[in-house]
Design a protein around this ligand. Structure first.
Ligand code: TYD
Length: 137
């Protein structure tokens, strides 16, 4: 079975002056980036707890660390993001949760679509129904 955790190595252009990563739409990120957002000043409270219908995302922990849990309705996998040199690629209807933010965590997310609340599934039972329907097709 394919892993839910898809890590993308980002172009590392760092040298002895410091780190540098450059990401281009449809190249190191496998979609056209229409939106980005970042999460910072995090607390001990987890976030996420939703799935998306169409949205593709690449989550990059620029500073500090946080733990992602991904769930496709059949299995759950988790990954600690703690490097700006890799992104976690999330596509398909996947339930995601973010936990254990370090105090200094800065999480950058690149997204394939503009914001749309209609693309969210925020209820876990609705999510399970959606993935069951998807598997039937
Ligand atoms: P939400 O996606 O629920 O946050 P998280 O997954 O990190 O827990 O977003 C929180 C609120 O911000 C929600 O009301 C939707 C709004 N929001 C936007 O308006 N635009 C955006 O690009 C994002 C990501 C969220």
């Amino acid at each position: 079975m394919m892993s839910l955790i898809k890590l993308i190595d980002l172009p590392d252009l760092g040298d002895d002056r410091g780190g540098l990563v450059a990401i281009e739409s449809n190249q190191s990120v496998p979609f056209e980036v229409k939106r980005l957002y970042y999460i910072f000043n995090t607390t001990d409270r987890p976030r996420g707890f939703h799935a998306h219908i169409e949205l593709k995302q690449l989550a990059i922990c620029l500073k500090g660390s946080c733990r992602f849990i991904l769930d496709d309705g059949k299995s759950k996998e988790e990954i600690l993001l703690d490097t700006p040199l890799q992104g976690l690629y999330i596509d398909g209807v996947v339930w995601r949760e973010m936990h254990d933010f370090s105090e200094d965590c800065v999480l950058l997310v690149l997204a394939s679509e503009h914001f749309s609340e209609a693309d969210y599934i925020r209820d876990y039972q609705d999510f399970l129904k959606a993935v069951q329907n998807e598997n039937r097709i």
